[in-house]
Design a protein around this ligand. Sequence first.
Ligand SMILES: [Zn+2]
Length: 322
Amino acid sequence: MPQAIGPIPLPRAGERTTGTFTFAGDPGLAKYEWPYIAMAGHIAGPTVLITAGIHAAEYTGIEAAIRLGRTITPGAIRGTILIIPLLNRPGFYERSIYVNPEDGDNLNRLFPGKPDGTWGERFAHRLLTEVIVKCDHAIDLHAGDLVEDLVPFVIYRETGNGELDEKITRMANAYGAEWAVRSAPTGERPGQLFAVAAQSGVAAMLAESGGRGLLIEEDIIRHVRGVTNILKAIGVLSGDAAGAPPTVVKSFDWVRSPVQGMFHCSVRVGQKVSARQTLGEITDLVGEPIAAITASVGGVVLFTVTSPAIKKDGLLLAIGAL
Ligand SMILES: [Zn+2]
């Protein structure tokens, strides 16, 4: 088994280590330390990367990753588990929504990154080349952001490599979410960690649970149980994966506001809506309605924003088409 994954030293067989790492040689990156938890089994097996907090206020994922790191028994696993519970280290204590305060970019749009780019591009490049591609599987844990609510779902991307896609689908099915988004190879919203990892040959997926900046126990447990099921499905833990396969939506339609104003949302996450149904309205700051928001497709509401303060083109909600 390897002694290290990039800048992260691995423990001896049967042990767990915790610590921090950084990216040497880049002063902008090296002013931060990232936490990690690593464990190695007695028996050879796959290397699994569990990440969270690429969006720094998605606390359900961060807490679930930490909890998995503290509760899985190293002696019980086959292979190696590496957990990085907080990728957006600059954003955490700033309570950043969506973006990284170092450059104002969404870190989950910057992969594969660039060796000589912005802070986020350099971080993405170093994380991808030194850590992610050294792993066989990668699970990126998210939640609704500080101003978002959501119904649990998983996202994965097909690569066209049948063997890899079969592994990815097995992981996504094992998580136990009701809904799944399968993005096309040409995918909208490029540059996401899980998608670029999959294109790089890693069996990777993303899971969403919880939101609104709240640590709600059942949301955390859902992530912990979902990842545990995935670890069983890929043979890192023994036992049967209990999850039922999700319903795969036909598309993931993000609805944005044509104007700035106050959003009065009239649907809830998990609600089924039909095409042309009213989803809410935007009023100005003296209460005049200035835009009606309607569904372009029928489906299930996968997430909504919970803050009513909306800029022009600001995100309102997303529908998974059925
Ligand atoms: Zn996220």
